[in-house]
Write a protein that binds this ligand. Sequence first.
Ligand SMILES: *Cc1c(COP(=O)(O)O)cnc(C)c1O
Length: 452
Amino acid sequence: MKDRQALLRRLPSVDSLLARSEVQQLVRDYSRDLVVGAIRWQLNEARRAILASALVDIGEGALVQGAAGELRRQQKSTLSPVINATGVIIHTNLGRALLSKSAQAAILAAAGVYNTLEFDLETGKRGSRLAQASGILRDLTGAEDALVVNNNASALILILSGLAKGRQVIISRGQLVEIGGGFRIPAILSESGAELVEVGTTNRTRIADYEDGLSEGSAMLLRVHSSNFKQVGFVEQPSLQELTALAREHGLLAVDDLGSGALLDTARFGLDHEPTIQESVAAGVDLVCFSGDKLLGGPQAGIIVGKADALARLKRHPLARALRVDKLTYAALIATLEHYRRDEALEQIPVWRMISRSPNDIRTTAERWAAQVGGAVVSGESTVGGGSLPGTALPTALLALECDSPNRALEKLRGADPPVIARIAENRVLLDPRTVLPEQEADLLTALESVI
Ligand SMILES: *Cc1c(COP(=O)(O)O)cnc(C)c1O
């Protein structure tokens, strides 16, 4: 105890540390307030360490280094760029979909100058911020109208609050899912003031089950796509056509939460068939909602397409204003949708460029990496990610590196500038060229050389 008190007394004061020349340099690099804050933080850490174990004796040099490290951590943006060598294309923790070059340019162009977000050049009067995006969405999906909100979770909340509050929503027990991060369908329903009526069983629900669930209080039949899991075996769900027909017959709304919202057929690339937006619209459902930054490959957004009357009710709802999106989102979304209209999505939209990249092309890249840094090229799989297409993968080629400690190597790669995110299998570090951008290749190889 006495030793501890002695060590605590030996800790320098803030002022004496501030007087050191290397600390004066930090004051010039950051600011006096930030440096004083970091020194106080470091001295507190030192006090805690001393009280926890009497033997720590921290010199002034180490204290200054600790404070400098804290300053660097504070300055590091939470949006630091990284190299995604995981092969997971829509990586939820790494920012989901990357934007195309023209979507990026559209954001820049909209950011710094006034624009026609809500201005009609012909009449000189107020225009609609949605007009252009909904025009393209109508063209692409065949729907009557469209609405764009903050994300698909908020699209669902708007639909349920706006059209089913105080009434019943019928859902199959097989679709009462958790989408991720604690976002659960039953919780969303109760938060929106709608009453959940569960029908069928976990694995099988028939149209007759929906029929049995109907009552005076029914407002909506909701289908939720099982985005992030797959049921196989003795399973059954009615088709969207059947659901829509039942809804019509009883004057109810049929709503489809598609999750990912593909405009192109993933089966073309050897993946499972992810239901497309066009299919849902063609089935006649009243509303279809999906994310902007999953398979659509655009900015974060929740997009609702469907029948004009249901959408008109949603647009008038106060929540629509609260959940509306910014001009930057519109700029990027319109640019992304234009790629589909010009039939250039596979070349221009990163998500689809990565999905459609040929295994041979990927192997050539992996071999180039191996020639420079060593390691072996092995066959493996990339996944689409983003809670879509569970259980199916794309064949790929990987650079496999033997390391004494793969975990330590992964940690070192994360410490590189820019950080490299890779994965481990069978005690080897694996790097998938599919998700590495060509302009990141030189940095990746530098990082690999320093780690091996
Ligand atoms: C991903 C997903 C959502 C949530 O979409 P966000 O855009 O992340 O808010 C909702 N429903 C389904 C079925 C999903 O897959």
